[in-house]
Ligand binder design. Structure first.
Ligand code: EPU
Length: 361
């Protein structure tokens, strides 16, 4: 079947923020050949190409996109035992992420359980090294198969080549060079769940007897926690139009973290410095909680600026209430960033990306 290309397609309904304009053209590529066909079609017409996957981490400009929006819709899921006793799970880029997590948990495969309830597609997860509740995809990604935009060649990237870091990867640092086709994870059959995040451990409590919680129990606990923070996509939730965390948690040096904590005590925001959430990073820095900083900078959960605002459940999620423009959201994001900088001298970095053209041909 030849690739079908639609014209003037509204993009807002394809994103969880439900903001932004139309694509001049849009194509779903269901195979590697269709990805190439779409790239060639756009190059032939000399129009720009942008990739839009699950739409849960992308901001669409109000004037939309003047070229071809390519939706990688490659499907497929396979399981294979490897020689090291792990199970290699290969998933097409267009498979919905949470269905994959659910399936691996049902098969008693450990490694993705804490990443339950995250909206979006599987192919997007290595790009920003998706993580939650003490787990990141970088721990289990073994291969990422990609199509190089420059010459349409396919390549298999190793974890080292992926260059993973907190919410970051070589794909993100050097954007638009490749399109992810599939991802292979190595999971442990019957392996223990990752219990590292204090809030999750607390939520699980003491399971009956001395056994640890099962993968299914961990998944259920993560889903409940996320739901409480409006971080599970649910159209019935008034905070549902969001892109999850709008900023990454800033990594600062220990002096800056100590200064923030001292300031918080001096200003009576906390009774003692150890109440300020902070997490050590591997490179000796300290990650502060952006949501905490936003609230203490004077922007309470539920703050509204017309059609946009902060989630009533979590200050780190910017939400759209309907009828707004991307411009409103970005202006409010600037206000939030400025407030945190003015109060604490800490700069927040935006986490969702703007839909942008990739270099094609
Ligand atoms: N906090 C506040 N006010 C808020 C929100 C949070 O004071 O409005 C405090 C909490 O009390 C807690 C700390 O900030 O002490 C951290 O909050 P939380 O556990 O909710 O996690 P987070 O750091 O805000 C990160 C990820 C989430 C992930 C959770 C759980 C980032 C940018 N975000 O959020 O990921 O689900 O941890 O692991 O790293 C996403 O990336 O889109 C995302 C949702």
């Amino acid at each position: 079947m030849p690739l079908s290309i639609d014209a003037n397609v509204p993009l807002a309904p394809r994103t969880t923020l439900e903001l932004g304009g139309r694509a001049r053209w849009l194509a779903h590529a269901t195979s590697e050949a269709e990805v190439v066909e779409a790239l060639d079609w756009a190059a032939g017409k000399a129009v720009p190409v942008a990739v839009l996957a699950g739409g849960s981490n992308t901001i669409i400009p109000d004037d939309g996109f003047p070229g071809l929006v390519l939706v990688p819709a490659l499907r497929g899921l396979s399981f294979e035992d490897d020689r090291a006793g792990a199970v290699r799970v290969t998933v097409g880029a267009g498979e919905p992420w949470d269905a994959l997590v659910q399936e691996t948990v049902a098969r008693d495969l450990a490694g993705l359980e804490c990443l339950s309830g995250i909206p979006g597609s599987a192919g997007a997860t290595p790009i920003q090294n998706v993580g939650a509740y003490g787990q990141e995809v970088s721990e289990t990604v073994r291969e990422v198969r990609v199509l190089r935009v420059r010459d349409r060649a396919t390549e298999t990237r190793t974890p080292t080549q992926c260059g993973f870091a907190y919410r970051d990867s070589a794909f993100k640092r050097d954007p638009g060079k490749v399109i992810v086709l599939s991802v292979t994870f190595a999971l442990r059959r019957g392996g223990p769940p990752a219990l590292r995040y204090g809030e999750l451990i607390h939520a699980l409590g003491e399971p009956p007897g001395s056994r640890g919680p099962s993968l299914a129990e961990v998944r259920a606990a993560v889903l409940a926690l996320r739901r409480r923070k409006s971080m599970v996509f649910d159209p019935a939730d008034p905070n549902h139009r969001s892109a999850g965390s709008f900023f990454t948690n800033p990594a600062v040096d220990t002096q800056t973290a100590d200064a923030v904590a001292a300031q918080a005590v001096a200003e009576g925001l906390v009774a003692s410095a150890d109440e300020v959430p902070r997490y050590p990073t591997e490179d000796g820095r300290v990650k502060l909680a952006a949501g905490w900083l936003i609230e203490r900078a004077g922007l309470a959960k539920g703050t509204r600026r017309g059609p946009v605002g902060l989630s009533t459940q979590h200050a780190l999620a910017l939400v759209h209430h309907g009828g707004g423009r991307t411009e409103d959201l970005l202006a409010f994001a600037d206000e939030v960033r400025d407030a945190v900088r003015a109060r604490f001298g800490v700069s927040l970095e935006r986490e969702p990306r703007l839909l942008e053209a990739l270099p094609n041909g």
